[in-house]
Design a binder for this molecule. Sequence first.
Ligand code: URA
Length: 191
Amino acid sequence: MRKIRDEILVLKESPLYAERVKNKVFPVIGEGSHDAKIMFIGEAPGKNEAATGRPFCGAAGKILDQLLTSVGIDRKDVYVTNIVKDRPPFNRDPLPDEMQIYGPFLDRQIDIIQPQVIAALGRFSMDYIMRKFGLAAELAPISQIHGQAFESKASYGPVMVIPLYHPAVAIYNQASKDTLTQDFQILKKYK
Ligand code: URA
């Protein structure tokens, strides 16, 4: 993991590198247990995350923390990261070339953690993870497949991929928060 961090720190090929240096902010590598059974993968750091170098530590992170608490999972027992490790300007959606450049680092993190469950937060993460694990044929809009568990095989053994709405959708939308709370119930089986 340290090697991954060191490589990302000097990743000048990334279109987001110059912005990181200019703004004097940090890449967000990931945080949590390296023995985690469950790995949460978001999209990209926001303002708070880039300022601190920690994933999901702003408003969306507060929702994630509440969701974890609702199913009795301690955040320190899971691993939380993103596909894209540097903040896209103005929190815009990550671009394909950004996901392409940071994707291999995420792949290595998955091989290190070897999670039984990957919770993909939001459509970009869902798309990347489902394609990576040979589930492209099962891809559908996240509104149709959120909360479902898809079985696949990782290099290290079986893995369950669970697409979930991104916690940010629940910041100002109680209905989405209720849906996310319901969907999180499935994670109880794996804690
Ligand atoms: N949104 C994300 O996708 N990731 C974070 O780390 C924070 C907000």
